[in-house]
Design a protein around this ligand. Structure first.
Ligand SMILES: Cc1cc2nc3c(=O)[nH]c(=O)nc-3n(C[C@H](O)[C@H](O)[C@H](O)COP(=O)(O)OP(=O)(O)OC[C@H]3O[C@@H](n4cnc5c(N)ncnc54)[C@H](O)[C@@H]3O)c2cc1C
Ligand code: SF4
Ligand code: SF4
Length: 393
């Protein structure tokens, strides 16, 4: 008989929120049926906290009485990876499946020029959302917008219900945006079939809620689109690096991308590159132990690596993901080509997935994310004097 699930906020606080594992995905906040979890997205914190003071920040009176929704909704709590894999795919991943379990890997792009142009890579994500809204697969999508007039570059979760709203949210922001937090607004607006667009960490939220029966919330998630992700940056990177060192003011920026370097386009047409190694000091804390590069639990995972800048590398994982991509290819809403057209992208997908998996901490009693991960190659030793030999790669 399955062991009774008794873990509540007390365990979540100790094992995830304060251990370094918490990504800030907001799954626990959205699932809480008593509305006693808040979410701090100010000053680069991006963490949940307990709103009631009775038992202190580390315990919950509802948890003491038997509520377990938050741990059921957390995609970093205990054996999350094999639990979600088994639920979604009927098996755990093979040790060699570094980028998770998938059906197909293709390159795809929106066929409509406007959508393609406004998208970060191939505009595939926006094309899928528009198509799914039109065909009735979904009635709302949880996406990320820039707040206000966009000049602060503060990424905020929001709901897209129309083509124009989908396009207003297109493109990538490299700071964090807890898109599941827009769930309440979508439901308040009457949405029954909701798509989530989110970073890898966020895209494990719908299936973990479903497999652990976290409550009503999981029922409304009809589609789950993941964005490949190595890390997000603290909001402070804008003033402290881009402006302080390069004189680039965020209110003058119009687009950014990461392709080996941090690329920044300015309103006046200027283009700048900032070396990624200078950016690493602003890596958001919630990303430092994250093992999921490839959004391994999304229906469709999407990324921009590879030789073809204006195509989206597309990993199709589930039946619903395949159904949507196949129908869109058939009716010409998107163009596709085999992933094998870009073997370098497939190799890089594997490599970056390994790099992320290596972050999973050794102190954790559950080591599934690291199963099959090859040890890092020894670095060549610096010549330390006569006779020093470089280590073979
Ligand atoms: C922070 C971040 C890091 C990434 N890192 C990598 C990487 O290392 N390697 C890689 O191959 N690809 C990475 N990607 C994915 C890539 O940038 C594109 O999002 C992806 O290829 C889809 O492109 P598209 O043109 O099809 O999407 P689009 O049609 O442009 O749609 C993008 C969707 O992403 C949503 N979105 C934008 N920013 C955020 C955010 N911060 N949080 C949640 N949702 C957001 C938008 O609301 C929109 O719905 C990253 C994306 C982000 C946001
Ligand atoms: S990882 Fe997500 S669900 Fe888990 S504690 Fe952090 S915010 Fe909550
Ligand atoms: S690296 Fe990306 S997927 Fe992982 S916690 Fe950070 S934002 Fe989430």
């Amino acid at each position: 008989m399955a062991e009774r699930w008794t873990a509540q906020w007390k365990e979540l606080y100790e094992e995830v929120v304060t251990s370094g594992l918490c990504t800030g995905c907001s799954g626990c906040v959205v699932a809480c049926p008593h509305d006693v979890l808040g979410y701090n997205d100010g000053d680069g914190v991006y963490k949940p906290f307990h709103l009631e003071e009775e038992l202190g920040p580390e315990n919950c009176i509802h948890g003491e009485k038997g509520c377990t929704s938050c741990t059921r909704a957390c995609p970093r709590f205990r054996a999350w990876e094999p639990e979600i894999d088994s639920f979604l795919f009927g098996r755990t991943r093979h040790p060699d499946e570094m980028a998770g379990i998938s059906k197909d890997i293709i390159l795809a792009r929106a066929s409509e020029e406007m959508v393609h142009k406004m998208g970060q890579d191939g505009g595939l994500v926006s094309a899928i959302l528009i198509w799914c809204l039109e065909k009735g697969y979904i009635d709302a999508a949880l996406v990320s917008y820039l707040e206000g007039d966009k000049s602060t570059w503060k990424a905020v979760p929001g709901v897209a219900r129309t083509r124009d709203e989908v396009l207003a949210a297109a493109g990538s922001r490299y700071t964090y945006s807890a898109t599941p937090m827009a769930y309440g607004d979508a439901v308040a607006g009457g949405a029954e079939k909701i798509a989530l667009v989110g970073m890898s960490c966020e895209s494990s939220v719908p299936p973990v809620m479903a497999v652990r029966k976290a409550g009503k919330v999981a029922r409304r998630f009809a589609l789950n689109i993941g964005l490949l992700c190595s890390k997000t940056f603290d909001d402070a990177i804008f003033p402290e690096l881009f402006e302080a060192k390069y004189g680039l003011k965020k209110q003058d920026m119009v687009k950014m991308n990461i392709k080996g370097v941090f690329q920044i386009w300015m309103r006046n047409g200027d283009y700048h590159e900032v070396p990624l190694k200078e950016c690493h000091a602003w890596t958001r804390d919630g990303c430092k132990l994250c093992p999921d590069f490839a959004a391994e639990h999304a229906d469709i995972s999407t990324g921009g690596i590879g030789a073809f800048n204006d195509w989206t590398l597309t990993i199709v994982r589930t039946d619903i993901g395949r159904e949507i991509i196949m129908k869109m290819l058939e009716d010409g809403s998107i163009y596709g080509r085999p992933g094998d057209d870009d073997p370098g992208a497939i190799a890089l997908l594997r490599k970056l997935s390994i790099v992320s998996r290596r972050r999973w901490p050794e102190w954790h009693s559950i080591q599934d994310p690291k199963v099959g991960v090859p040890p890092p190659k020894p670095k060549a030793k610096k010549a330390a004097g006569a006779g020093a030999q470089p280590v073979a790669k």
